[in-house]
Unconditional design. Structure first.
Lengths: 110, 314
């Protein structure tokens, strides 16, 4: 319950403060969001599997975001930024889908 | 394939399972609490990230849309202003003509009223009413109906579309058949008006027209029809209908009106008697003389370029 409240509080703070993101950071935002989603769904699945670990959650979240951003940065430097972004989105999207499918199996037994 | 298989079948981080195994070996419960400070801080951060990303990446419609909206309102306001000014010009022109007539009467000179009236008719300065023909032509039904004035067609030439050349031929044919005054879609053709094209839009006297094109020609309707149909322009029209399915209807009317050309203005003035008048005096309006007929028809036949230069030079 408390993590959900934390998420909502973070959303509220972000919406309320509405900080301006520097332009150089903007290409990384969508990738960071997808990576964060992946980590969050992985954590929910781990909770349902009964093997949640807070350190693993934090580390997987941070490494996901950092690695995804780094791949996009590297792609930008090599001139294939959009292709690599697509790759990252595809991989993380597949992971999110199968994690959500597993969560669904846990919750609805279907 | 290994990559794909691991990705599809074991999407969960292996770290969770390993950590659980380690904790089990150490005699602790498999899962830690979900309510530790680390987790709460991270969820806060995640929510913050979502909100910021959503807000900063959402396309902001304000800038472009606002500019476009403002341009649209400005165009509409200016168009309204333009038509108001046009009406004002027409009203003032009428007033000027009234004063002219009054001045002529008071000066006691020779009665020039009928001459002036006739010249005004030929210069397309005054609106006229009388019997005549209306020739309506429209693009073929196969051509998309989106050809409004000002829209830019994406494709090139389309066969079933009425071109400015068609209109030129038809208008010249009507002049040749004895029309005394011609208007297209309510734009009076004066001797300096040109029928031209801009892209695929037809422009008469620098005003774009939209289909259908209604050509109103005042004159002896029966005689005109008899002269027009066997002429080159008549054959051209039937050819257009047969080959390109351009739709056309011709109807005679007893009381048609053509407006005056609001842009007509005085360009040359000579004292009376110092040189021969530019048009033969005599026959009153309504009966068509050969001289009158030829004057407008030659001027429409002149190349658009010359007409343009004449008109643009103030």
């Amino acid at each position: 319950m408390i993590p959900v409240l934390g998420l909502l509080a973070g959303l509220a703070v972000g919406l309320f403060l509405d900080p301006s993101v520097p332009v150089w950071l903007q290409p990384y935002l969508p990738i960071a969001v997808i990576a964060a989603l992946d980590a969050v769904f992985g954590a929910i699945r781990a909770i349902l599997d009964g093997i949640f670990n807070d350190k693993v959650f934090v580390v997987s979240f941070l490494s996901n975001v950092v690695v995804a951003a780094f791949i996009v940065f590297l792609g930008d430097q090599l001139g294939v930024g959009s292709q690599l972004s697509t790759g990252v989105v595809v991989v993380l999207g597949v992971r999110i889908f199968s994690n959500v499918a597993s969560i669904r199996r846990h919750l609805f037994r279907a | 394939m290994t990559l794909l298989t691991t990705m599809m079948e074991r999407p969960l981080d292996a770290g969770y399972q390993e950590a659980a195994d380690r904790r089990e070996a150490a005699g602790l419960p498999k899962a830690t609490s979900t309510q530790t400070v680390l987790v709460v801080v991270l969820t806060l951060l995640t929510g913050f990230l979502f909100a910021v990303a959503a807000q900063s990446l959402r396309p902001k419609p304000t800038a472009a849309a606002a500019v476009k909206k403002e341009l649209v309102t400005r165009i509409e306001a200016l168009q309204q202003h333009g038509s108001e000014q046009e009406a004002k010009v027409a009203a003032l022109g009428r007033q000027v003509r009234d004063y002219e007539a009054l001045a002529l009467q008071q000066s006691g000179g020779p009665d020039l009223t009928s001459t002036i009236k006739e010249l005004e008719v030929e210069a397309a300065a005054v609106p006229l009413r009388g019997p005549g023909l209306t020739l309506t032509i429209d693009d073929a039904a196969s051509v998309g109906g989106d050809a409004n004035a000002g829209s830019r067609p994406d494709s090139g030439f389309q066969e079933g579309r009425v071109t400015s050349g068609d209109l030129q031929v038809l208008v010249n044919g009507l002049w040749g058949a004895g029309a005394e005054a011609i208007a297209i879609n309510g734009h009076r053709l004066s001797s300096t008006a040109a029928i031209r094209f801009a892209g695929q839009a037809i422009v008469v006297d620098f005003r774009p027209l939209s289909r259908p094109y209604v050509i109103t020609a005042l004159g002896d309707s029966q005689g005109m029809q008899q002269l027009f149909e066997p002429s080159f322009a008549g054959l051209y029209l039937s050819q257009l209908t047969d080959q390109y399915k351009i739709r056309s209807t011709m109807a005679a009317g007893d009381s048609l009106t053509v407006p005056g050309d609001p842009s007509a203005r005085l360009e040359v003035a000579r004292p009376l008697g110092s040189s021969p008048p530019s048009a033969p005096p005599g026959s009153p309006t309504g009966s068509s003389s050969q001289g009158k007929r030829s004057a407008p028809s030659t001027s429409t036949r002149t190349s658009p370029g010359s007409a343009t230069s004449e008109r643009t030079s103030p």
